[in-house]
Design a protein around this ligand. Structure first.
Ligand code: SAM
Ligand code: SF4
Length: 340
């Protein structure tokens, strides 16, 4: 029997795990992964940018901030039918979760939000898990999304509280945690993680993990992004993080949050198949895949459905079915809601 997930990890304990000899760390993470998950199952997700660009926030990594000249043309909020069509094609390619992303600072109670709620209902009715990432959210807004069948809400803490201030000045780390708290007042699962490669120290990464493990229950999914350097943003010339450091983050997240899905997200396109296989061995069990070679915007590349199907085949992995996560305690309830 495995021990109950812990929320009180100290920075020293996290550091000890993270700094272990690399192959010991990977072996430990792989063992934890096998105790809590079907190690042959991979969650395949598709991100749809339903509203692109012209975001008032100043996130220093982001192609969609209106503060930087990144060459991303702003697009209006998509029509529901267009989103359903992309979701259908994704489903036919083995995707089990669709994530609807909007370049908003926060959700406003207006016709645009009504449309997103409709999209959530429509994609859920296809039998897919739906995640939204729409910026800050109040508790009543989270409840509206829950009633429409929303399965997950993504809101990344991105880095340590101290380093966050140097990357984003238009909102605080505490604002991020408040939105996560609002989602936790519903049955919607929480997706929250961060980015490596922003220029942070290893200490900042460990602090970020400490913030995530303090969330009760742990976020059901934990994306680990590798910075995609976007020309025109303040971080365009950042150095790449060595792969071994990315691997340490994945393995440490897996050990600290054993029941969560750990998602290898932005930046996966820069990893070789062998490097990705290492990450999957160390407990990453979720990916974003795409029909084009882009993930969020044209600034963030993504492997294609076909390339990923081949990778899963070679590695002997299978795409996980929607709502098939025994570790998300409310998954069954949400699945029932989806069938209503
Ligand atoms: N506006 C919403 C928000 O900020 O929550 C959603 C937009 S976006 C999907 C949210 C996340 O994508 C960010 O928190 C960040 O972790 C990730 N992201 C965005 N641009 C990135 C980049 N260039 N490289 C790596 N990760 C990135
Ligand atoms: Fe806006 Fe989200 Fe990009 Fe920040 S990460 S600039 S909030 S779209």
């Amino acid at each position: 029997m495995s021990a109950a997930p812990r929320h009180d990890w100290t920075l020293e304990e996290i550091r000890e795990i993270h700094d272990a000899p690399l192959l010991e760390l990977v072996f430990r993470a792989a063992s934890v992964h096998r105790q809590h998950h079907d190690a042959r199952a991979m969650q395949v997700c598709k991100l749809i940018s339903v509203k692109t660009g012209a975001c008032p926030e100043d996130c220093a990594y982001c192609a969609q901030s209106s503060r930087y000249s990144t060459g991303i043309a702003p697009e209006r909020l998509m029509e529901k039918e267009q989103v359903i069509e992309i979701a259908r094609r994704a489903q036919a390619s083995g995707v089990s979760r669709v994530c609807l992303g909007a370049a908003w600072r926060e959700v406003k109670d207006n016709g645009q939000f009504d449309r997103v709620v409709d999209m959530v209902r429509g994609v859920t009715d296809l039998g897919l898990e739906v995640c939204c990432t729409l910026g800050m959210l109040t508790e009543p807004q989270a409840k509206r999304l829950e009633a429409a069948g929303l399965y997950a809400y993504n809101h990344n803490v991105d880095s340590s509280a101290e380093f966050y201030e140097t990357i984003i000045t238009t909102r605080t780390h505490a604002d991020r945690l408040r939105t996560i708290e609002n989602v936790r007042q519903t049955n919607v699962t929480v997706c929250s993680g961060g980015i490596v490669g922003l220029g942070e120290t290893v200490e900042d990464r460990l602090k970020m993990l400490r913030t995530l493990v303090a969330v009760r229950p742990h976020p059901e999914s934990v994306p680990i992004n590798i910075l995609s350097r976007v020309p025109g943003t303040p971080l365009e010339s950042n150095e790449d993080v060595p792969f071994w450091e990315v691997l340490r983050m994945i393995a440490t997240a897996r050990i600290l949050m054993p029941a969560s899905d750990v998602r290898l997200t932005a930046g996966r396109a820069k990893l070789s198949p062998t490097e990705q296989a290492f990450c999957f061995l160390a407990g990453a069990n979720s990916i974003f895949s795409s029909e084009t070679e882009f993930m969020l915007t044209k600034a963030v590349p993504s492997p294609s459905y076909d390339a990923d199907a081949e990778l899963l085949r070679v590695l002997g992995l299978q795409a996980r079915a929607p709502f098939d996560n025994p570790n998300a305690p409310r998954a069954a309830e949400l699945a029932a809601l989806a069938q209503r």
